[in-house]
Write a protein that binds this ligand. Structure first.
Ligand SMILES: Nc1ncnc2c1ncn2[C@@H]1O[C@H](COP(=O)(O)OP(=O)(O)OP(=O)(O)O)[C@@H](O)[C@H]1O
Ligand SMILES: [Mg+2]
Length: 147
């Protein structure tokens, strides 16, 4: 039997420095394994959407503002790391961050999900951010939590 080797890597970015560190680790892992890397950002819809429609709105329904925010988050991550020679794609999602990231992992059949221990949240309520914590419990693949 072959040993475990990550061929498909998903990294979550939210605009934080911690997420940049996580992407850097994901890029190094992707390079060493010649793996495919998906860099994903999830934006929560504005308050009110959930109650009204009961499901995440489409990107078009939200207009350009959220997409601009996502592009900024992704651009910052792409600028911060050296992606030379890496087979990567970016993905923008709308909804609840941990469940959307889990969806992406399932869709691309991820072998590992890489996230920061903390993110862009302003409150330092917990040792581990709520998104990272949820993913450690619920992700369909191994999770690398980068401190
Ligand atoms: N919206 C998101 N899209 C993609 N990845 C995310 C998103 N939010 C968090 N992550 C990933 O999870 C890591 C931990 O972030 P998390 O949100 O859990 O911490 P936090 O923002 O400090 O805490 P909280 O959100 O609970 O206030 C981030 O470094 C990033 O890798
Ligand atoms: Mg957060």
């Amino acid at each position: 039997m072959e040993g475990w080797a990550p061929n498909v890597i998903v990294a979550g970015v939210d605009g934080s420095d911690a997420a940049i560190d996580a992407v850097r680790a994901a890029v190094d892992l992707a390079r060493s394994q010649s793996a495919k890397l998906y860099i994903v950002t999830v934006v929560r819809p504005p308050e009110g959407w959930w109650g009204i429609v009961g499901s995440p709105p489409t990107a078009e329904a939200l207009g350009d503002s959220l997409s601009d925010a996502q592009r900024n988050v992704l651009d910052r991550a792409l600028r911060a790391v050296d992606l030379t020679g890496i087979d990567y794609e970016t993905q923008e999602e709308i909804g609840e961050p941990s469940s959307r990231l889990i969806d992406v992992c399932n869709r691309v059949d991820a072998d590992i999900l890489v996230v920061g221990r903390r993110g862009a949240g302003l409150l330092r309520r917990m040792m581990v951010g709520s998104v990272a914590n949820h993913l450690v419990h619920e992700a369909p693949c191994p999770v690398l939590v980068v401190p």
